[in-house]
Each structure stands twice: as structure tokens, then as C-alpha cells.
Ligand binder design. Structure first.
Ligand code: A3P
Length: 335
């Protein structure tokens, strides 16, 4: 069945977003010219830019990051869809790359900081308000994160020798995780529709940084063409084999574990430091808040594979499985 024709945007919602983001008239006109759908995760809209959906509040950051970011050959860029395992992967990459400076779990920055403040998601932080930030104070190798799809990445991220780590998760758990996150992170700001409405939009591809399947496929194809450039990781594999995936990550970003480190059990130490239970139980993650006033605890909900069965009907599960089969058909990618 064809989707219902989109309603015209409500200026009472759109204009305050434009105002809050201090958008120039030129930017407003540009964003207003894009295909639009109501957002199911937050107030405002989703705008279709270069084939993908971006929140009104995030558009400036997406455009500024895409235009201005200059990657260095030594950079590491963590890429993901929201709720695919970003927080965990940020923690692991941070711990790996900084293990000489921070060898001990005691007093480690991950004990006192949420991973999102240690590894910034560029379009949501440094470029959020259309700035061109000064990145010179970041130590080499610089570690950044983004939710941008491969097709929308800054040209220098694709053309330089910087390393791209992509983490993905099966679409059913990703959808459920996102739905629960937006309900939980801003409990008093819940202005979103029902789970059924959200599900229908996600299944049509209308979700932040979505279509989810196209996001995954973009990075999957690149990782197949150039495995030195893009490392493709699955949340499910990381859950099943955390230490072997840590080693893969370390090898890929050019800091493999030495035999001495292996003998000292450093791989296990980092795995434990970054584990769900350890991070979830840190004070900062129990009671702290993020830059959008979201409760940090919402980033650590359950951390299990297959939790979608507790929220989706059999019909919904079949539908997402069917879409996944169709979308990934012939790609060699399976969940
Ligand atoms: P659930 O909602 O299924 O629990 P993101 O970090 O991309 O926002 O994804 C959040 C999801 O990753 C949440 O899934 C969260 O619980 C899970 N998660 C966060 N930290 C984790 C960790 N250290 N290990 C495993 N899963 C983790």
C-alpha cells in the first residue's frame, strides 16, 4: 500500500526549530526545499538530504560537518546508526587508542565520563551550530564519531587514508532500542507518536540517518571493496566474542596488542572496562546528563541481542525480516 501523502509542515513546529538553530534565511530556504516527514523521535521534522533523513535540529551540523571537516590520514572515524552500539564502540576505541596514557581502570576517563563526551559525534557537537571548529588540540590519532551515511560523509573522510570503523546491529533491535531511548532519555518531553506509527515510518525508511538498511549497505559495500579503509562490525558479534572483536579493532586502527600486553591480560581488562555492566554502573552514567539534557542512563538500557521480541508483534518482526532479506539480497550481508 502506498504511504499516505505527507502533510505540509506545521510552521508552529518548524519555525521555532529554525530560530533555535539560528538558521540563516538561505539555510531555511534550502532545508524547506527538501522532502519532509514528521519526526517520530523528537519534535520537528525529518528532511531528506542526499537520499537520507536528518532531523531539523541536526541539519546544520550535518551540512557543516560534510562541508568543512578535513580528515587526516591518521584519523579514526567511528560510524554507526543511532542505537547500533555507538556508546560501546566509542568506549572500546577510546580505551584502545589511549591505553598507554591510561593503562589502569582505576581513575580511567571512562569511569568518570560518559563515552559520548570522550568521543564526540561531530554533527551533533562540534559542528552542531554550523561552526568550523578548531580541531588542532586533538591528539594524534584523532578519534571522532558520526552517524552520517557513507554517501554523505565529508569528501576528505572518503579520500584520505583515515580509518573508518562501522558498527551495525540487526534492524529490529536497533528500532526498539531507538524507540525506547527517545521515550526514556527525555521522559518529560515525550511528544512522539505511538510505537505502531514509529514502526511504520522506520519500515518505510524514515528514521534519523535512515533508511536504516541503506545506511548499513553503504558501509558494507565499501568494507567489501576496501577492507583496509572500512572495518564492518556487528553488535551481535561483539556481544558474542568481545575480546576477539577488540583485537580486530586494535589491528585495524594500527595499534595491535603486543605479546606482552596479551600476557598481562590487557585485552580482558579493556573488555571489562567497556562492558555493559561496568559502564552502566558508573555514577556518571547512572545520574549524569548529556549535551541535549538526555539522561545518560538511557544509553545503557539492557544491552541484549533479540530484546525486540518483547516489544514487537510477530507480524512486525516478519515485516522487518522481509524488508531486510529484500534489501540485503545479493549483498552477502546477513543478520
Ligand atoms: P538496548 O536499548 O537494546 O539496551 P547506541 O550506543 O548506539 O546509542 O546504542 C545503545 C544500545 O547499546 C542500547 O541497547 C544499550 O543498552 C547498548 N549498550 C550500551 N553500552 C553497551 C555496552 N557497553 N555493551 C553492550 N551494549 C551496550
Amino acid at each position: 500500500m502506498a504511504p499516505p501523502p505527507p502533510e505540509p509542515p506545521d510552521d508552529q513546529v518548524l519555525l521555532p526549530c529554525f530560530k533555535e538553530m539560528e538558521l540563516s534565511q538561505e539555510r531555511r530556504d534550502f532545508i524547506s526545499s527538501l522532502p519532509i516527514e514528521k519526526s517520530w523521535t523528537t519534535r520537528g521534522y525529518l528532511h531528506n538530504y542526499q537520499g537520507f533523513w536528518f532531523l531539523t535540529m541536526g541539519m546544520q551540523g550535518v551540512l557543516a560537518f560534510q562541508k568543512h571537516f578535513q580528515a587526516h590520514d591518521t584519523d579514526v572515524l567511528l560510524t554507526s546508526s543511532p542505537k547500533a552500539g555507538t556508546t560501546w564502540s566509542k568506549a572500546m576505541l577510546f580505551a584502545l587508542l589511549n591505553r598507554v596514557r591510561h593503562p589502569s581502570p582505576q581513575g580511567h576517563p571512562l569511569v568518570t565520563n560518559n563515552p559520548h563526551t570522550l568521543v564526540l559525534t561531530m554533527e551533533l557537537t562540534l559542528y552542531y551550530r554550523n561552526q568550523v571548529p578548531d580541531l588542532t588540540f586533538f591528539p594524534t590519532p584523532r578519534l571522532f564519531a558520526t552517524h552520517l551515511p557513507y554517501a554523505v560523509l565529508p569528501a576528505s573522510a572518503k579520500d584520505s587514508a583515515c580509518k573508518i570503523v562501522y558498527v551495525c546491529r540487526n534492524p529490529k533491535d536497533t528500532f526498539v532500542s531507538l524507540w525506547l531511548f527517545v521515550n526514556r532519555a527525555w521522559s518529560t518531553r515525550s511528544i512522539i507518536g505511538s510505537l505502531d506509527e514509529a514502526f511504520d515510518m522506520f519500515a518505510r525508511g524514515v528514521s534519523p540517518f535512515g533508511p536504516y538498511w541503506d545506511h548499513v549497505l553503504g558501509y558494507w559495500k565499501k568494507s567489501q571493496e576496501n577492507p583496509q579503509k572500512v572495518l564492518f562490525l556487528k553488535y551481535e558479534d561483539m556481544k558474542k566474542q568481545p575480546t576477539s572483536n577488540l583485537r580486530r579493532l586494535a589491528d585495524f586502527v594500527g595499534c595491535p596488542f603486543s605479546p606482552e600486553e596479551e600476557a598481562k591480560g590487557i585485552v580482558n581488562d579493556i573488555s571489562t572496562l567497556c562492558s555493559f555492566d561496568n559502564l552502566k554502573n558508573q555514577e556518571v552514567n547512572k545520574n549524569g546528563k548529556g549535551m541535549f539534557s538526555e539522561a545518560n542512563e538511557a544509553y545503557f538500557r539492557r544491552g541484549e541481542i533479540g530484546d525486540c521480541v518483547n516489544y514487537l508483534t510477530e507480524e512486525m518482526i516478519e515485516k522487518l525480516d522481509r524488508i531486510t532479506d529484500e534489501k540485503f539480497h545479493g549483498s552477502g550481508l546477513k543478520f
